[in-house]
Design a protein around this ligand. Structure first.
Ligand code: SF4
Length: 452
């Protein structure tokens, strides 16, 4: 009897803009790994993999910008009716539909017993739904839908007509599949995060590998959901992280390793520092480049860690800064200006320049003034580090979202599409489109000072 075959699908993104800033469906790859340990055969279609070998012959794939990142191929599509007021083009990013259908037909020939579709940002759901519609047209298999959007917005996700999987602990998965499909999978006592690795072997080719060495964050920033995703912080054994780096860089022939942790510097003495030392001792820094794109904690950075980061060949270090002004204290107090300035100095001492180090600044936070953002830009310029200005989005379930609903500034029932950070300034009474545009211009002008 043939083994049951599961198809994993990383869906399209549909939005006004999207960029492959090291996006990989790591959660889905852990699901793949877990399903394999249950004895199932697993395959993957990643609609967002710019390195898919079949993509080049079908569509013009924009060239890489830096370290494996780059623009996605895309097509313009009709805006969802609720966004008809937006004066911008709406696009589908990722693999052309025809190629997706061809791949699904090939999967159908080999037999597919169930499909797992993942999700991330809530306002990307039209892309998830379109992906699911195509799967339904091509395959006659039950579709399981999971990931952040499904957990955060189950009532919207239900409209996809799929079976929702809303747990983060994969231990529930065998029982869930047995109950829904009448299968007889064994219950296994496996801790998916500390014992398994994301199933990168399912790819033929990728441009980089994204890994997680920790889960969760002990901070409680009012605009962030990370600390609600996991009850407590968890650490992957350093030895397993090293094994993942060595194995996947070798079999996929990549040079860029990206750590997407929310709080990689927490407990650094026992976790990140030993990892950095071992990367250096094994000579991995001689052949690989490493990146920290997820906003590390400036306050937790020490000179020793900065020196190790430099020696270990880290090429991207993002600092979570968010804003200047009193909001620093009222939104969670993870950082103050002096922390950023100190971290920038330490990193500079270690040998880094503004080409490797930059800070995230948020714009359009409730209660934030235009001056707060300008001051934040000025602090970064003074510190001699680069920065990127990103628009705030109120994530359902965060403290800030609850407060906005309590104050009547949001109803709490908004369609996730309206909470898209690009869309928000066009209807929500906080900063105006013009103010945000002004601040982005201000950021561009001040940036010129960095290359002096
Ligand atoms: S913003 Fe960063 S520090 Fe704050 S809770 Fe989220 S992950 Fe933690």
């Amino acid at each position: 009897m043939r083994r049951k075959r599961i198809l994993l699908v990383n869906p399209w993104i549909e939005d006004f803009a999207a960029y492959d800033f090291w996006l990989k469906p790591v959660g889905l790859l852990y699901v793949g790994s877990f399903l394999k340990t249950l004895g199932l055969e697993v395959t993957l279609i990643d609609l967002m993999n710019r390195y898919d070998p079949e993509l080049q012959s079908r569509v013009k794939v924009p060239r890489d910008k830096f370290y494996g990142t780059g623009k996605f191929p895309h097509v313009e599509i009709a805006k969802p009716p609720i966004l008809s007021f937006m004066p911008r083009k709406y696009k589908r990013y990722g693999m052309p539909e025809e190629l997706f259908r061809e791949k699904l037909r090939r999967e159908r020939e080999n037999g597919v017993d169930a499909v797992f579709v993942t999700s991330t940002l809530t306002y990307w759901y039209p892309g998830y739904f379109d992906t699911i519609s195509v799967i339904k047209e091509e395959l006659d298999a039950p579709i399981f839908f999971g990931g952040f959007f499904v957990r955060n917005q189950p009532s919207v996700a239900k409209r996809s007509g799929t079976i929702l999987f809303t747990h983060t602990d994969l231990r529930y998965l065998p029982r869930f599949l047995n109950r829904t499909l009448g299968w007889e999978l064994p219950e296994v006592d496996i801790d998916w995060f500390t014992q398994l690795s994301p199933a990168y072997e399912l790819y033929e080719k990728v441009g980089y590998v994204v890994l997680l060495t920790t889960l969760g964050c002990p901070y409680r920033c009012t605009y962030c959901i990370a600390h609600r995703n996991w009850e407590r912080m968890r650490f992957k054994p350093v030895e397993l992280v090293l094994e993942e780096i060595e194995k996947f860089s070798e079999i996929l022939n990549v040079q860029d390793i990206v750590f997407f942790d929310d709080a990689i510097l927490v407990n650094a003495e026992n976790h990140f520092k030993p990892l950095l030392k071992e990367i250096i001792r094994r000579g991995l820094n001689k052949k690989l480049r490493f990146h920290l794109p997820n906003g590390i904690h400036a306050r937790l950075l020490t000179q020793e860690i900065a020196d190790l980061l430099y020696e270990a060949n880290f090429k991207t270090i993002k600092l979570g800064y968010e804003t200047a002004g009193k909001l620093q204290r009222t939104t969670g107090d993870k950082i103050r200006d002096e922390d950023l300035l100190r971290a920038a100095r330490i990193l500079k001492n270690a040998g880094f320049t503004h080409k490797e180090v930059s800070a995230y600044i948020m714009v359009n936070l409730p209660g934030q003034t235009v001056e707060d953002v300008m001051n934040a830009v000025d602090v970064c310029v003074d510190a001699g580090i680069d920065y990127s200005i990103n628009e705030f989005t109120p994530i359902v379930g965060t403290d800030i979202w609850i407060e906005l609903v309590n104050k009547g500034l949001l109803t709490g029932r908004e369609d996730p599409l309206l909470l898209n950070n690009t869309v928000l300034p066009y209807w929500w009474k906080n900063m105006s489109v013009e103010q945000i545009q002004f601040l982005k211009e201000y950021g561009k002008i001040k940036k010129a000072e960095l290359s002096l």
